[in-house]
Write a protein that binds this ligand. Structure first.
Ligand code: NDP
Length: 263
């Protein structure tokens, strides 16, 4: 039997075991998916091989550590330095990123996106910003601290901290911070978010399975919003295709995973 896992801190909330195990069970694939609470990202590779894993997903805050840990990084992950999916290929650790395509899939229903404001400047923000720019969508980053902004400026984004921010109209505002994941924090000061949300068409949060304080504000402003569940589904389907080496049809994977959201 093959063994898969998700690495994160925290990781108890993750739906990934349920999603992937649903596919394995429905499609009679001889594998099991578990979760691993990892405190120290530098121990990722060692832990992966100690557990005898065939593959894994990586969530907050270890996606950049996962990139560093890989023997080889392929596809989109290479351009962003962020890995969310790991494959054991004959004892070599291969890294991929399925988050950005998963997110694009999830916002199809919003139609044409002209410009996006991303709250946060971590791994998810990097993946989404790069994908948006590749799709000719103007992208602005708003983060609480300064250090990570340089990367985004180099990429071609507007990038500022809360103090320097001048709000304009956005088609979509996305929370990619972990504010609201395990606390009741907003991803930016309340008054700043008021200004932003009064001038926005759609809102999304990468956090799933709950109404974060940020989504609650969007709801209060009667905006169309979505949590990160569809993004989770999108990235999960693409990761599962890698886990099973494309031996199961994408539609089958998606159907089985979607059902797991109802459990
Ligand atoms: P990172 O740790 O890489 O980045 C976190 C970012 O959030 C940083 O920019 C950090 O700012 C900012 N931040 C953290 N706490 C706060 C706070 N209280 N207020 C304001 N800003 C804050 O995380 P990831 O990008 O990997 O993940 C971010 C979120 O997205 C997580 O909640 C994760 O669960 C979710 N996610 C969901 C997915 C899905 O499929 N639905 C997929 C991927 C991620 P600073 O730079 O100042 O430290």
């Amino acid at each position: 039997m093959q063994l898969f896992s998700i690495f994160g801190n925290p990781v108890a909330h993750s739906k990934s075991p349920l999603m992937h195990n649903s596919v394995f069970k429905k499609c009679n694939y001889n594998a099991c998916y578990t979760r691993t609470h990892l405190l120290d990202g530098s121990k990722l590779k060692e832990t992966f091989f100690k557990l005898g894993l065939s593959g894994a997903n990586v969530t907050v805050p270890h996606k950049e550590a996962a990139y560093q840990a890989c023997d080889e990084v392929r596809g989109f992950a290479k351009s962003i330095g962020v890995v969310n999916t790991l494959i054991n290929e004959n004892g070599r650790l291969i890294g991929y990123n399925t988050d950005a395509d998963g997110f694009l899939y999830s916002i199809k229903e919003f139609g044409k996106i002209k410009n996006v404001l991303i709250l946060g400047a971590g791994g998810t923000a990097k993946a989404l910003a790069t994908k948006f720019l590749q799709n000719n969508i103007e992208t602005t980053i708003l983060n609480r601290s300064f250090n990570r902004l340089h990367y985004f400026k180099e990429l071609g984004c507007e990038a500022t901290t809360w103090n320097d921010f001048k709000s304009i109209h956005y088609t979509l505002v996305i929370n990619t911070t972990s504010a609201g994941l395990n606390d009741n924090e907003l991803p930016a000061p309340n008054e700043l978010l008021d200004t932003i949300l009064q001038n926005t068409d759609f809102v999304a949060d990468a956090i799933y399975g709950k109404i974060t304080p940020f989504l609650q504000k969007a709801k209060d402003y009667n905006l169309t919003y979505k949590d990160g569940a569809d993004m989770l589904l999108g990235q999960g389907v693409l990761a599962n295709e890698l886990f099973v080496s494309y031996s199961i049809e994408k539609e089958e994977i998606q159907k089985a995973m979607q059902k797991s959201f109802l459990l």
